[in-house]
Design a protein around this ligand. Structure first.
Ligand code: ADP
Length: 480
């Protein structure tokens, strides 16, 4: 590691001291993805790759370090301070399952979780039934249930704190209730989304019930698809017709949330993130135009006038600054507080359902849409947010995000376990709300102090400086 990047207390000069709970050996990782995550894992001091059936290391390369060019291709520009991978020791041959950390894909977990035995030290991405929160229909079902329970036990006012997801019905099962609701609100726009798809696939907007009747009989039904014997589950959702626009364009905000435990609920919120803009000016005249209405990068990058150099993203920090200047600090703080509420309430809605396992962790990508009154709406929660970088800035964000996630998990056992902030991650909830130690990390335009929750979404992220400080503190605490 170069001098610039070396974080005192983080990496000991004596390699044996880098091992932590694993004991006197390197931390062995497996990874199913070939993007920024692999660069982070391969570049992490004291960590070594274990090839296996899901590892992307070609057999011919096992036993040698693969070039970092094989992953994101952005390594050279992404983070100048990382060690040269070629200079690291070769990857040892290990049997499958012989790992300490596994960034697996969801399919692998589904196929193997029930039959695998996890050792004390092993950590794996995803909880067994993460789909309770990440399938669009189940997310809403769980939210509706907790909302009802809250209303029963704490009253209507408290239940209003769940007013952050648009009215949603599952189709075809709730078709009749939807039709009743549709008739009460003639003229509004609805959006249809396949419950288990992503990247904007299969989504369409409509105003007339006829459109959905056609859909009911049409291509999405089993009659036209011989491979399916049941209709595909969709959600129909009230379309947010008044999104906040910047430069006339719609956007949504990607927020990263880390859950290390569901019982007790322990939640970290990452400061960085981004806003994804649509490429075309917003208008309700052309509801069939996905380039206007869907902000997914997967959709926008196919727009005829999409400029890959400019992309369609702003950092959340840029967004926060812009909004504070335009709408005032108080309103913006209120909006960010409402995002915290979305995060906590949504996680609580599945807290008793998710199979808690101390070996598992989850990094969620929340998609939040702001309306023109700066009210945030929860659109969806992803269990596998994209970790492919679309440019240097995106690479740096994701590299820091994942490096700090590993710092939070702390397999090296170098921290005290009492930290409220680790790099860019702030502890938002630990069986209850976390209060900030100080309010100065996110000084708004007028210099006024921010709210007291330990929440800094879109705030300044001096992660390396902060890591230096906490590792030094932890070192001296451990010595004493
Ligand atoms: P996917 O999983 O396919 O990405 P999403 O639910 O995230 O599906 O929706 C894709 C995009 O469509 C969102 O990023 C957002 O721009 C837009 N969108 C989805 N639901 C709504 C809604 N209720 N109101 C307004 N825009 C929406």
């Amino acid at each position: 590691m170069s001098k610039v990047a070396r974080i005192p207390g983080y990496q000991s000069k004596n390699p044996k001291q880098n091992r932590g709970i694993i004991g006197d050996r390197e931390i062995r990782f497996k990874c199913s993805l070939q993007n920024v995550i692999l660069d982070v894992l391969r570049g992490r001091p004291g960590w070594t790759e274990v090839p296996g059936p899901n590892s992307q290391v070609p057999a011919a390369q096992q036993g040698t370090r693969p070039s970092n060019q094989q992953t994101s291709g952005l390594t050279q520009t992404g983070n100048q301070s990382r060690p040269s991978l070629q200079s690291l020791p070769p990857i040892p041959r290990n049997s499958d399952g012989d790992w300490d950390f596994y960034w697996c894909d969801r399919e692998w977990l589904h196929q193997n979780y029930d039959t695998m035995f996890l050792h004390e030290h092993q950590k794996i991405l995803h909880f067994r039934n993460h789909y309770e929160l990440t399938r669009k229909n189940l997310m809403v079902k769980n939210l509706k249930r907790l909302r009802k329970q809250t209303e029963r036990e704490q009253g209507k006012t408290e239940a209003q704190s769940f007013d952050f997801y648009p009215t949603t019905y599952e189709l075809p099962s709730e078709y009749h209730i939807f039709v009743e609701e549709f008739k009460k609100n003639l003229g509004i726009i609805w959006i249809m989304k396949p419950a288990a798809k992503s990247q904007g696939k299969g989504i369409f907007l409509f105003r007339r019930l006829k459109d959905i009747t056609d859909w009911k009989k049409g291509e999405y039904q089993p009659l036209s698809d011989q491979t399916r014997d049941v209709p595909e589950t969709y959600v129909v959702q009230r379309y947010i017709e008044n999104p906040l626009l910047i430069g006339g364009r719609k956007f949504d905000v990607r927020v990263y949330v880390l859950v290390c435990s569901y019982n007790p609920l322990k939640v970290w919120l990452y400061r960085g993130g981004f806003a994804r803009f649509s490429n075309t000016r917003f208008s309700l005249d052309s509801i069939e135009d996905t380039y206007v209405h869907l902000t997914n990068v997967a959709v926008q990058k196919n727009a005829p006038d999409y400029d890959p150099e400019k992309g369609c993203k702003w950092s959340t920090q840029q967004l926060r600054k812009y909004l504070a200047a335009k709408h005032g600090v108080d309103k913006v703080q209120k909006m960010f507080k409402a995002i915290d509420n979305i995060i906590i309430k949504s996680l609580q809605s599945v807290q008793k359902i998710i199979i808690n396992d101390k070996h598992c962790f989850e990094m969620y990508g929340y998609d939040v849409l702001l309306d023109d009154d700066l009210k945030p709406w929860l659109i969806e929660i992803n269990a596998s947010p994209s970790l492919t970088a679309s440019g240097k800035e995106d690479y740096d964000l994701k590299f820091g995000l994942i490096s700090d996630l590993l710092n939070v998990l702390d397999l090296e056992n170098r921290l005290t376990g009492k930290e409220k902030r680790i790099g860019g991650w702030d502890l938002l909830w630990d069986d209850g709300p976390i209060v900030a130690d100080d309010n100065m990390d996110c000084t708004p335009a007028n210099g006024a102090a921010v709210s007291t929750p330990n929440s800094y979404l879109g705030c300044f992220n001096d992660r390396k400086k902060q890591l230096r400080e906490i590792y030094l503190t932890a070192q001296s605490v451990k010595k004493s």
